[in-house]
Design a binder for this molecule. Structure first.
Ligand code: G3P
Ligand code: CA
Length: 279
């Protein structure tokens, strides 16, 4: 059995995102007040190479970019349809900082800004750990952006490589992309990494005993969607036997979190409602 020193951990998914606009200072501060062990920053990269915090690799869902920069979109195919998107990497940090990231959620959050990764680190450090996810690193690599190196540089600058906070790793990296995790394992071998597994197809590839053993070469944890564990709770024991901890996503209800922690014995979980995490 692989386990953490301090018991199951509570990761605030995009901050306390059930209550405040995801990935804003308001959501992160609330997560800290609610006692989260980790805050999760999802990462994108700007035109001028600055890591910023956003779940989506484009800006239109959670900011007013469409009104502010109506002509700066690209066309891409989403769900089989041509769609306008405002990619983060097509904007400088100065441009992104003019956007409102709070009003889409509730008018009372108007004026919340897109945070840089550095601002997120500064906000959280000393109060919780961070669980950063590199979003679409292969897509931006093809456009000339090295997100893994940028993450390594910033963690090194902040002296957060191989550090602990409250008996746990202070930083836990995540990606859905095997190549990105392999690169992070080379750049930051002492920083643990979880492999996100979202689909039944990827589960069939990676969550068998053989697949988990293979994943252990570049990851220290797996993070299946909770649906994959509900369909096959033995994933948890197989992963533990392979030397991987298990950190599924994404939870809202206290009863379900309790079941995963106490019955399925997961090591931590991502939740939009960190106040409901079972202690
Ligand atoms: O990173 C865990 C979970 O956040 C993965 O899903 O889409 O919310 O980033 P997503
Ligand atoms: Ca995420």
């Amino acid at each position: 059995m692989v386990s953490t020193a301090s018991g199951p951990f509570n990761i605030a998914h995009r901050g306390a995102s059930a209550y405040a606009p995801e990935h804003t200072a308001a959501a992160y501060e609330l997560a800290l007040e609610m006692g989260a062990d980790y805050v999760e920053p999802d990462l994108g990269i700007t035109k001028d190479g600055i890591l910023v915090v956003s779940h989506d690799p484009s800006l239109e869902r959670t900011t007013d970019v469409e009104e502010r920069f109506p002509d700066r979109f690209s066309m891409t195919i989403v769900d089989g349809k041509p769609t306008k998107v405002w990619w983060i990497e097509d904007f400088t940090l100065a441009e992104i900082k003019t956007l409102d990231k709070g009003s889409w959620f509730d008018a009372k959050f108007a004026g919340q800004k897109v945070l840089t990764f550095q601002e997120a680190i500064t906000l959280v450090r000393g109060k919780a750990g961070i669980f950063p996810e590199l979003k679409t690193p292969g897509r931006v690599r093809a456009k000339g952006f090295d997100m893994e190196q940028a993450v390594a540089n910033l963690l090194e600058k902040n002296q957060m490589v191989g550090t602990t906070f409250e008996d746990r790793p202070e930083v836990y990296l995540q990606s859905f992309e095997e190549d990105s995790l392999r690169r992070l394992a080379t750049l930051l071998p002492t920083v643990p990494r979880t492999f996100l597994i979202g689909t039944p197809e990827d589960g069939a590839r990676w969550l068998t005993a053989a697949g988990l053993k293979e994943a252990r070469a570049f990851a220290t944890a797996v993070s299946p969607s909770k649906r994959l564990i509900l369909a096959d709770p033995a994933i948890v024991t197989r992963a533990h036997a392979a030397g991987l901890i298990v950190v599924p996503y994404t939870f809202q209800e206290a009863d379900e979190m309790r079941r995963f922690v106490h019955e399925f014995k997961v090591d931590g979980l991502f939740t939009d409602n960190p106040d409901r995490f079972p202690r």
